[in-house]
Ligand binder design. Structure first.
Ligand SMILES: *[C@@H]1O[C@H](CO)[C@@H](O)[C@H](O)[C@H]1NC(C)=O
Ligand SMILES: *[C@@H]1O[C@H](CO)[C@@H](O)[C@H](O)[C@H]1NC(C)=O
Ligand SMILES: *[C@@H]1O[C@H](CO)[C@@H](O)[C@H](O)[C@H]1NC(C)=O
Ligand SMILES: *[C@@H]1O[C@H](CO)[C@@H](O)[C@H](O)[C@H]1NC(C)=O
Ligand SMILES: *[C@@H]1O[C@H](CO)[C@@H](O)[C@H](O)[C@H]1NC(C)=O
Length: 361
């Protein structure tokens, strides 16, 4: 009982003033309603004050405790429904920085896995989960008040999950808008897909004052001292930069890349033939803006694509101790991804759920 009350109180991070705004029905500001004026120093005044204090101090909290669970959770549900991105970002940001992911309900186990790895680097307080359905919004905010927000309208939950589908395309197309919104609010933003695991703190790698930092999704091994410039275009005329991890400063350059990304997604919508996702559009946006924007390619040894990390044991041996974030890509399907994380000791939710701010889901 006491733990559940504690959790509920935590659900109201900065809304403790509602009692004060409650108009007092026997306010002394209305002395005309009374047969004779009451001095707060008189006996009657003191008695009334005392009664008030008892009512406010004892009875109200008791009433709250006796309120059925349904009522309270419905109250918090409607509160989180109205939580705006600006309020949420202000609540979680530390040092002007937010760490962001965008997830729907089927990805909750991956979210939890990712969060455990971030908690180990002590950066979990900055995490904002952009919930792409109401179930995710309520689940996260119930367990970790204030750390999830939904930017309406919620995409159709039924169609959003299958990689390569139009629903998945629509779902991931929301990402550059979310990121642009956060930049417009003035925050640095670190975006991650949740099929990632942090092995070390990535922030020391975000050197200099560049606009946009990203990683290469090409599996070919590069020398350790490779260039930090945008790589040359590949076979399809564009680069293969991953849209899975992006760090941006709230500069005009970064905002321009997000705007171009949105434009590219609109110019090349999903089609049955191409079954595209949002990554090509991101690469075209980088290509179009490269002249005006300060781009920074992160080191491969620290931020390898799954196509390298999970497929080249020699390389993993050679770069031992240098890997910072591992991405479980170059594979599709929840079960396969989980199995692969388990095989590599990166599936943390089974044995270490208590390290997650969400606990066991
Ligand atoms: C904020 O930034 C300063 C300087 O970079 C750093 O020392 C400090 O640990 C950061 N605080 C948090 C909460 O990340
Ligand atoms: C995806 O978005 C397009 C354009 O907004 C819309 O016409 C279509 O119905 C959506 N499809 C799915 C499966 O969400
Ligand atoms: C990386 O190191 C090699 C050998 O030391 C050198 O030849 C090459 O120019 C360096 N590349 C870059 C991009 O600094
Ligand atoms: C952009 O793409 C075009 C077409 O593939 C290519 O010729 C050009 O070099 C690219 N620009 C940059 C900066 O990568
Ligand atoms: C695997 O990594 C090793 C060591 O970095 C490298 O020499 C080799 O070319 C890589 N193999 C493939 C198939 O990329």
């Amino acid at each position: 009982m006491s733990t559940s009350i504690h959790q509920r109180q935590q659900q109201q991070p900065h809304h403790h003033h509602h009692l004060l705004s409650n108009p007092n029905p026997i306010s002394p500001r209305n002395p005309l309603d009374w047969r004779r004026p009451i001095s707060i120093f008189g006996r009657t005044g003191l008695l009334i004050l005392l009664t008030l204090m008892v009512v406010v101090g004892v009875l109200l909290p008791t009433m709250k405790m006796r309120m059925p669970d349904g009522l309270l959770s419905r109250a918090s549900v409607s509160k989180w429904r109205d939580y705006t991105l600006a309020q949420a970002a202000e609540f979680v940001a530390k040092n002007g920085t937010v760490i962001v992911c965008a997830v729907s309900q089927p990805y909750l186990p991956f979210l939890n896995n990712w969060l455990i790895s971030i908690a180990r680097q002590k950066h979990q307080d900055k995490v904002l989960v952009i919930a792409e359905d109401y179930a995710t919004l309520y689940t996260v905010n119930q367990k970790w008040p204030g750390h999830a927000v939904l930017v309406p309208p919620a995409p159709d939950a039924q169609t959003a999950h299958k990689f390569g589908s139009m629903g998945f395309f629509n779902f991931t197309s929301r990402r550059p808008r979310h990121l642009l919104n956060i930049l417009e609010l003035g925050y640095n933003v670190m975006y991650n897909d949740v099929d990632m695991v942090w092995l070390a703190d990535p922030f020391p790698y975000l050197q200099g004052k560049h606009d946009v930092y990203f990683t290469d999704d090409m599996a070919a091994v590069k020398p350790l001292n490779h260039s930090h410039d945008l790589p040359p275009p590949g076979k399809k005329g564009r680069t293969y930069i991953c849209s899975c991890m992006i760090f941006m400063r709230p500069t005009n350059g970064a905002k321009l890349v997000m705007k171009k990304w949105i434009e590219e997604l609109q110019a090349q919508p999903w089609s049955r033939a191409k079954k595209s996702n949002d990554q090509p559009a991101f690469n075209w946006a980088l290509n179009r803006t490269a002249g005006e924007v300060d781009l920074y390619l992160l080191p491969q040894a620290a931020f390898p694509t799954g196509g390298l990390y999970f497929k080249n044991k020699t390389w993993v041996q050679e770069t031992k101790g240098m890997n910072v974030i591992i991405h479980n890509n170059y594979i599709t399907g929840f079960e396969k991804k989980i199995k692969r994380f388990q095989d590599y000791g990166l599936w943390l939710v089974d044995d270490h759920a208590q390290e997650s701010p969400l606990g066991k889901l």
